[in-house]
Design a protein around this ligand. Structure first.
Ligand SMILES: O=P(O)(O)O[C@H]1O[C@H](CO)[C@@H](O)[C@H]1O
Ligand SMILES: Nc1nc2[nH]cnc2c(=O)[nH]1
Length: 276
């Protein structure tokens, strides 16, 4: 066995020792301001990242740094209440390690969520957006380096990175619940600065609808392992230069908090119908 596989197994064994061996159906990565969902799980077990072998620790305000496992709408889910970002100084491989550990635990379904800046001028802060595709221009990738054939192929497909059936499910549930769900392309920026207005104009010309500093590494790792991915952004602010006002993380967190009811309702109902 090679090193990554050893580390994944060790982390997975520790988690199993805390949560038992009943299957977990869906992994959920909760973005900035959206972590409250994990507090709604029934029979929840919370594990600090610092206790899990080889896990990094969260350093960002609004990311608690806990794995919470419990039941939501009849499904057993594992929530990351806080994620790891490239800008925190972690390598892409560290950013996606928890996703690989989820896979080692037998999880094949992933919900990735985030706070994002709206590039599409028809959006408004507080909108939810179904991620239908993404753009990453920076060269680094979590799959750079030796390929782990037991996880996935060296050259893997990204045509269906965001699962079409799960996307259709989210669309249907949002419609049924009367929740506005925009659809768009999420563009990854390394951060930690927010973008310049010129970068946002460029992002729009390139075809993006929202920008953020997460999610894409996780979606890449999940696609590598052929996990089914559903992505939802919360548009917490209009991206730089669209409104005549500076950006800040407090606003991002406040919008996340304002939207949490609709976000939770949508995720609950999608979870209920999620085929596992
Ligand atoms: O993508 P999440 O983790 O939700 O958070 C977004 O919000 C933070 C910036 O305000 C960045 O971390 C950005 O990626
Ligand atoms: N990169 C980036 N990340 C965000 N997270 C929340 N809002 C934004 C934004 O405008 N830009």
């Amino acid at each position: 066995m090679d090193k990554l596989m050893d580390k994944m197994q060790e982390a997975a064994m520790y988690i199993t020792s805390r949560i038992g061996s009943d299957p977990v159906h869906i992994g959920m990565v909760l973005g900035s301001g959206l972590g409250g969902l994990a507090d709604e799980l029934q029979d929840a077990v919370a594990i600090s990242y610092k206790d899990i072998p080889y896990f990094p620790v969260s350093t960002v305000f609004g990311h608690k740094g806990k794995l919470v496992v419990g039941t939501l709408e009849g499904k057993r889910v594992m929530c990351m209440q806080g994620r790891f970002h490239y800008y925190e100084g972690y390598g892409m491989d560290q950013v996606v390690f928890p996703i690989q550990v989820m896979h080692a635990l037998g999880i094949n379904n992933l919900l990735v969520t985030n706070a994002a800046g709206g590039v599409n001028t028809s959006y408004k802060p507080g909108d939810l957006m179904l991620i239908v595709d993404h753009i990453k221009l920076i060269a680094d990738s979590p799959m750079r380096g030796p390929n782990y054939d037991s996880l996935g192929e060296r050259f893997f497909d990204m045509t269906n990175a965001y699962d079409k059936k799960l996307s259709a499910l989210a669309r249907e549930e949002a419609k049924r619940l009367g929740i506005t769900l925009q659809e768009g392309v999420y563009m990854f920026f390394a951060g930690p600065s927010y973008e310049t207005p010129a970068e946002i104009r460029a992002a729009r010309i390139l075809g993006s609808d929202a920008v953020g500093m997460s999610t894409v590494p996780e979606a890449l790792a999940a696609s590598h392992m052929r996990m089914k991915v559903l992505g939802i952004s919360c548009i917490t602010n209009m991206a730089a230069g669209i409104l005549d006002q500076p950006l800040n993380h407090t606003e991002v967190m406040e919008t996340g908090d304002r939207v949490k009811e609709a976000f939770t309702l949508l995720v609950r109902n999608v979870t209920k119908q999620w085929p596992v």
